[in-house]
Structures are given as structure tokens and as C-alpha cells.
Design a protein around this ligand. Structure first.
Ligand code: NAI
Length: 308
């Protein structure tokens, strides 16, 4: 199985690290525009092979898409973060140009691939990729919910003082500080609702911490995080390549689900060898519906910037 990661920066390289270490794919191509950068990352990662015991072949290339041919999955982590003084529209304009050209180049050599979009603003970039490529909706998946859900479980585990692996919890909605919706009502510890253990006030704090989870890390690190984002992409890629049918919150095109159409937003999906195998319609309560509607509005506004 072959995975290409376009953008060998922090998230892309971390994703390659987890994919190889866990043997998720036999071949990983890292591609970047910076001369020699992907080659360097690939060489560094390959030098882990003997000490960590993996067999995945990782190669790095500078802009040579022919080496990405016949990829089963392509991950797009290329793009720039917002810089001081830059407007949101400018960031969208730059990243939209990058993501669109990357998707076009990829499809020349891997016409049947599944594309995982990571670049921000992720929901809008996923929508753009879908519109620009015309691919069926099952083959374009935005990664954000997997990361936000793992951060949600982290904050729940801290509040509960229990291991996060015993906790089930999901974040839906947009992949943004104000647009994501941690579903505290449905979170559970070993199958028991977390509301049995935590007060509403504690749960509200967990949700609030989750929503600014990325910003908290940016404040500490001086740049956005990469270990958990990389691992979250690898988790999603694993479910695709190895047909695991995991339920993962992903940004996907809605066509009537949750009362919405023509938008990519995070909802629970079954992810397997065909990409999005199914979108699950969970019953939201009135407050969750209201938050979902606000999230939809924010993403639609952002999508409108694509046209400007
Ligand atoms: P980074 O700056 O470390 O890496 C980005 C890489 O993309 C750089 O190496 C750059 O040279 C490369 N690049 C730029 N234009 C390219 C092009 N046209 N073709 C090939 N490569 C190109 O950034 P980082 O931290 O890895 O983040 C990457 C993206 O992922 C950002 O947009 C970031 O906001 C987003 N992100 C999304 C998350 C999510 O949950 N969806 C989580 C974390 C980051």
C-alpha cells in the first residue's frame, strides 16, 4: 500500500513517522516544494528503521509528482499558517492555490486515490478540493475531528483522572476554535456517561479547553502542533488502507444529512477502503443543533471567501 504526503513539514513528517512505525503502509512518498527538504526528512526517518524495526520504504522528492504514481491515499499537509498582519482572505487565497494545484498534480498520477485534506482552514480546503477535482464525495476526506476528538478525550481523561483509552468522545462541527462541538452529552468512560462522574461546570470546562486545544499548544510551542495532528492523520489513513471501518468524525460533503447540503463539515463517518463508507446521522438535541447551525454558517462564510 502506498501513501503520498504532500508537505513534508511538521505534520506531514510526523504522519510519515507514525505510518512507518506502525506499519500502516509499505511505501510512503514525502513531497515538498522546498529543495531537498522532503529528501532530508525521508532520510532521517529511514534511519529510524533499524532501531524501531519498521520495513516501510520512505522516499522524499522535490516537486516530482511522477514518484507519487499509484498512491492509494494522498494526504495534503502543504500550506502556510496565518502570519501577523495577514487577513483570513489572504490566507485562504494562498492555501487554496496550493491545495488546488497539489490535487490536480496528484490526480495526474493517481487517478483513483483517496485524498485526505489537512491544510487549514481545513473544512473550506476540503470543500475546495471536492469542487476543484470533481471526485466523488467518498474520496475526499477532511481531517480535523480525529484530532479534536483525541484532544477532547485528553481533557476528559485529565478531569476524570482515568486513561484516555477508556474514554469515548467525539467532536463534530467545524475544525476551528469557535466552530467545533465537543459532544459532552455522548461522552462516556467505559460505557458510562461522563456526566455520572463530572459536574456540568467541569464538563463545560473540558469542552472549552478542547475548543482552544490547538491555540493552547500554539501559545506554548510558538507554532502549531504536529505530533497529535500527525498521529490523527495516520489513524485515519490506517482505517482507509486496512479497511477498518472505524467511526471517525471527518469533514465530508453533506447532501441532506443534518439538514445541510453543499458544505463540508465534521460529522461521524465510517471510514474504510472506499474512503467515506457511510455518514452516521446522530440525533442532536436542540442546543447541539443550534451550535451545528452556527458552525455551518461560519464555514459557509469562509467558503464564500474562496470566490473573492
Ligand atoms: P509546515 O510549515 O511545517 O509544513 C508545510 C509544508 O508544506 C512546508 O514544508 C512547505 O514547504 C510545504 N509546501 C508549501 N507549499 C507547497 C506546495 N505547493 N507543494 C508542496 N509542498 C508545499 O506546516 P505544518 O505545521 O506541517 O502544517 C501544515 C498545514 O496543516 C497547515 O495549513 C496547518 O494549518 C494545517 N494543520 C491542520 C490540522 C488539522 O487538524 N486539520 C492540524 C495541524 C495543522
Amino acid at each position: 500500500m502506498k501513501v503520498t504526503i504532500v508537505g513534508a513539514g511538521n505534520v506531514g513528517a510526523s504522519c510519515a513517522d507514525v505510518i512507518s512505525y506502525r506499519g500502516i503502509a509499505s511505501e510512503v512518498v514525502l513531497l515538498d516544494i522546498k529543495e531537498g527538504y522532503a529528501e532530508g526528512k525521508a532520510m532521517d526517518l529511514m534511519q529510524c528503521a533499524t532501531n524501531t524495526g519498521f520495513n516501510t520504504q520512505i522516499i522524499g522528492v522535490t516537486n516530482d509528482y511522477s514518484k507519487t504514481a499509484n498512491s492509494d491515499v494522498v494526504v495534503i499537509t502543504s500550506g502556510i499558517p496565518r502570519k501577523p498582519g495577514m487577513t483570513r482572505e489572504e490566507l485562504i487565497g494562498i492555501n487554496a492555490g496550493i491545495v488546488k494545484s497539489v490535487a490536480e498534480n496528484i490526480l495526474k498520477f493517481s487517478p483513483n486515490t483517496i485524498i485526505v485534506v489537512v491544510s487549514n482552514p481545513m473544512d473550506t480546503m476540503t470543500y475546495l478540493t471536492l469542487k476543484a477535482t470533481g471526485l466523488p464525495k467518498n474520496r475526499i476526506i477532511g481531517m480535523g475531528g480525529a484530532l479534536d476528538s483525541s484532544r477532547f478525550r485528553y481533557y476528559l481523561s485529565k478531569a476524570l483522572e482515568k486513561p484516555s483509552n477508556d474514554i469515548s468522545a467525539m467532536v463534530i462541527g467545524g475544525h476551528g476554535d469557535t466552530t467545533m462541538i465537543p459532544l459532552t452529552r455522548l461522552a462516556s468512560y467505559n460505557g458510562i456517561p461522563v456526566s455520572e462522574f463530572l459536574s456540568q461546570e467541569a464538563l463545560d470546562k473540558v469542552a472549552a479547553d478542547t475548543m482552544v486545544g490547538g491555540a493552547t499548544l500554539t501559545g506554548l510551542l510558538g507554532t502549531s502542533a504536529w505530533y497529535a495532528p500527525g498521529a490523527s492523520v495516520a489513524y485515519l489513513v490506517d482505517s482507509i488502507l486496512n479497511n477498518q471501518h472505524k467511526m471517525i468524525a471527518c469533514s465530508v460533503l453533506l447532501e441532506g444529512e443534518y439538514g445541510q447540503s453543499d458544505i463540508c463539515i465534521g460529522v461521524p463517518c465510517i471510514i474504510g477502503r472506499n474512503g467515506v463508507e457511510q455518514i452516521l446521522n446522530i440525533e442532536l438535541n436542540d442546543s447541539e443543533k443550534e451550535k451545528f447551525a452556527k458552525s455551518v454558517d461560519a464555514i459557509r462564510n469562509m467558503n464564500a471567501d474562496l470566490a473573492s
